[in-house]
Design a protein around this ligand. Structure first.
Ligand SMILES: [Fe+2]
Length: 388
């Protein structure tokens, strides 16, 4: 049967409001959704002193929406933060969450919105002890980074500190009702955050495109995303005030979220989650370091698909182009440079073997192949990754 007639489904119910100054529309659009009292969730850093944050609060207040705040989300939020946030949602009688920040506040807000609606603990959902009977409270997402795509995705990641695990969870009601993507809000990101989060977005688009779950709709989105990122990420890192480059990255990151929600991801994320959970490495940086090695090992199985992506970079195989992009952005060439010892790799490999999206990988790596690949990514040995 022709490729075009293969059955698939594609879901993204989020209203995306894109553009410079879009943050000022948040209150009016939230009002249209019937929201009257919200919990504004943001990071514990200097976010709440930013101009974007002030614009957001002013916009919500001007629309007559009551705003309570939870501004204590740390990088890689854990179950206790989700609990605190859910408790505030319930005790305040709020009918929605508004997340302002990167993936951490957005994911924490999503998980809390689901827990508050169901009166359950996030760990019950993460470990399959309970299934949500009620959708999450409505979610409004205002991303300040161009990476996670949580603003347009059905996924949220929570860290279980006791178990040393980062666990992803997907639910249709995790798609925000409203995503406010305003490139100006992202212009103050420092270069290191721009590059790490941008490489997370690239990893989403590439893993989604190569996923066994890929379909014609996700393909169209992912090709656009990779083109935008290849053209704009180095520019956004060199000059953060370049609003064209920021716009390209903001769009690519958001749209890749919609794509991977429908396709799943792959083993770059399978490795990056334990690297983050066990060693505190920022998610985007972990993905950036690992991506070229996994691509090298996937190439024989996916050369035809990869050729579509290679067209957006210079000549040569995709893994070489991504490694060159990493060098340009100052990303280290191996996990050893991130302070991870060789003796710590087995714990990472053990977690990666259980990654929930492992079955979506376009190559069914054996456990031993995954271990060999991880060692190659640790040592910065591209030739070893090509031989896996
Ligand atoms: Fe990611």
């Amino acid at each position: 049967m022709s490729e075009h007639y293969r059955a698939f489904s594609f879901l993204c119910p989020t209203r995306l409001e894109f553009g410079v100054g879009a943050v000022q529309k948040t209150g009016g659009l939230a009002r249209e959704l019937g929201l009257s009292s919200v919990l504004l969730v943001s990071g514990s850093g200097p976010t709440s002193a930013s101009e974007g944050y002030r614009s957001l609060v002013a916009s919500l207040s001007d629309a007559g929406i009551a705003v309570d705040t939870y501004a204590a989300v740390t990088p890689d939020p854990d179950a206790s933060q989700v609990r605190d946030c859910a408790r505030l949602l319930t005790s305040g009688g709020h009918n929605a969450v508004v997340a302002y920040g990167g993936g951490s506040p957005m994911d924490c807000a999503k998980s809390a919105a689901l827990c508050a609606a169901n009166g359950k603990d996030i760990l019950d959902f993460l470990y399959g002890k309970a299934a949500p009977g009620t959708p999450a409270l409505p979610i409004v997402a205002v991303p300040t980074t161009a990476g996670t795509g949580s603003e347009l995705s059905s996924a949220a990641v929570t860290t279980d500190r006791q178990a040393g695990k980062k666990l992803g969870y997907s639910h249709p009601s995790f798609f925000p009702r409203l995503a406010i993507v305003d490139p100006e809000v992202q212009a103050s990101m420092p270069p290191a955050v721009t590059s790490a989060t941008g490489m997370d977005a690239l990893t989403h688009a590439v893993e989604s495109f190569l996923s066994l779950g890929a379909n014609p709709a996700s393909d169209a989105i992912n090709l656009a995303c990779v083109r935008l990122i290849a053209g704009n990420l180095p520019k956004a890192c060199r000059n953060g005030a370049d609003l064209d480059a920021r716009s390209g990255m903001a769009l690519a990151a958001a749209m890749a979220g919609a794509a991977f929600s429908n396709t799943g991801l792959g083993m770059v994320h399978g490795f990056a989650h334990p690297v983050g959970a066990l060693h505190g490495v920022a998610h985007g940086l972990a993905n950036a370091v690992i991506l070229p090695y996994v691509l090298a090992a996937l190439r024989p199985a996916t050369a035809d698909r990869m050729a579509h992506l290679e067209a957006f970079f210079g000549p040569g195989p995709l893994h070489s182009s991504v490694a060159a992009l990493n060098r340009e952005l100052g990303v280290p060439s191996g996990l050893a440079s991130l302070g991870i010892a060789e003796g710590q790799l087995e714990a990472i490999a053990a977690d990666a073997r259980t990654y929930r999206m492992r079955p979506r990988s376009p190559r069914a790596f054996t456990d031993d192949e995954l271990t060999t690949l991880l060692h190659a990514a640790w040592a910065g040995d591209m030739a070893a990754a090509e031989r896996v």
